[in-house]
Design a protein around this ligand. Structure first.
Ligand SMILES: [Mn+2]
Length: 425
């Protein structure tokens, strides 16, 4: 049984105004070819299919046209589970129709425990025999497992979640073993397992509901391989390396573009207690994510002189090295970009100043004293200087009022304060 494990497509994602749909189109065409050449039996997509709970028509079109073409590759089935970005209910809506095409979707964990067995899916080989069983587990919020985050302390909540998540996998493994004895069991999951590094989730704070990562021991030891989604970098989890993150196939920001994007080719051992073989396949980058950092005129010249070898034009992260950002810098950058034809124009993901001289230095008197010795107003004033704000009298008065340090006297501040506190000042 050969699996191809991928996750975190985030169909429909945009970087500022640049749609990444063309990146997804190139990735999915590449994926279809790999499914055929690698003679894959099962494609597993471990959550975050879409970037949003209400995906655009274009993103939906991308998803369904891929599913419509996947059978031509000879793949026996596709397993799709929902991630934290997906609407489980929306993914599940066409589940019956997709099931008829052997695309097995579990968008959200079924509400009643009796219905959990919908997550247990026999996996066919290309020759039509059942060769393994999958536990298709989507992103699970702790609430679904009956863990309340309001009436218990953190350690108790964490322990309860660990215990119930472990029970979910064990219970499903029991069902799989009973229905298909002697076959290897695989699983999916969309959560933080093990210790994730901060740079592994630059795109958002990834957690399981309100708690941090769970230990890999929540996965039943009878599960031969677990296809994980959630973290956008590819690596194995746990001492046995029986669970892997595939990472996202498309880089969505600069940090993600620093590591190769992968899908995982997994060959299961026929012995249910054996070890799966995992081979990462690097996804060719359809587009470069490029950091530019220069003084205003030099930056504009660099943009006009851009060349690239990838099929799609680069996505730019521009830092303008200056103490005085020209007010028309945005316009001038767009004029420089407009020298490329619209169909082949670099995208602008970020444009921000990078100061030449730091405004707050260690010479700043307030910076040399311990925080506990400083008055709140001094800290705020230092922050204002750090932001390059010079005329701060009104701001200081507003801060003092909001911080409750003085009574509100200044009539001109009242409307502002009313907005901040959301009522009568
Ligand atoms: Mn994701």
């Amino acid at each position: 049984m050969r699996l191809l494990h991928t996750s975190d497509w985030h169909l429909g994602i945009q970087n500022r105004t640049t749609s990444r749909d063309a990146d997804h189109a190139i990735f999915l065409t590449w994926l279809l070819a790999e499914l055929e050449t690698q003679q894959i039996d099962t494609l597993v997509v471990a959550g975050d299919i879409f970037d949003s709970k209400q995906p655009s028509a274009q993103a939906l079109g991308r998803y369904y046209s891929f599913l419509g073409r996947v059978r031509d590759t000879g793949v026996a089935q596709v397993i799709v589970v929902g991630g934290n970005h997906d609407s489980g209910a929306r993914l599940d809506a066409p589940a019956e129709m997709l099931g008829a095409m052997r695309v097995h979707v579990v968008g959200g964990l079924p509400t009643s425990e009796a219905a959990w067995e919908r997550c247990v899916v026999p996996l066919y080989n290309r020759d039509g025999a059942i060769g393994a069983v999958a536990l298709a587990v989507p992103y699970v919020h702790e609430f679904r497992l009956g863990v309340r985050t309001t009436d218990t302390d953190y350690a108790a909540m964490r322990a309860a979640f660990e215990q119930r998540f472990g029970r979910l996998y064990s219970h499903l493994t029991d069902i799989a073993r009973a229905a298909h004895p002697g076959l290897p069991v695989i699983a999916t999951g969309h959560l933080t397992l093990g210790t994730a590094k901060r740079e592994d989730y630059p795109y958002e704070i990834h957690q399981v509901g309100a708690i941090d990562g769970l230990p890999a021991s929540v996965l039943d030891s009878r599960i031969q391989y677990t296809a994980l989604g959630h973290i956008h970098r590819s690596y194995p989890v746990g001492p046995q390396r029986r669970a892997w993150y595939s990472g996202s196939p498309v880089a969505f920001d600069l940090a993600e573009s620093q590591t190769p994007r992968k899908v995982l080719l997994v060959t299961l051992a026929a012995d249910p207690d054996g070890r799966a073989e995992v081979v990462p396949l690097v996804v060719p980058a359809a587009r470069g994510l490029v950091a530019l950092s220069a003084e205003p005129d030099a930056l504009l010249a660099e943009i006009r002189a851009l060349t690239w070898t990838e099929p799609l034009p680069p996505l730019l992260y521009c830092r303008v090295v200056t103490d005085a950002m020209p007010t028309d810098m945005g316009v001038r950058v767009h004029e420089a970009l407009a020298t490329f034809v619209a169909s082949n124009r670099p995208g602008l993901a970020e444009l921000r100043p990078e100061r030449v001289t730091a405004l707050v230095t260690l010479e700043d008197e307030a910076m040399q004293r311990p925080l506990e010795e400083l008055e709140p107003a001094e800290v705020f004033a230092t922050l204002c200087r750090g932001r390059g704000l010079v005329d701060t009298d009104a701001l200081m008065r507003a801060f003092a009022s909001v911080a409750g340090l003085v009574d509100v006297e200044d009539a001109e501040l009242e409307p502002l304060l009313a907005q901040i506190v959301g009522g009568e000042a």
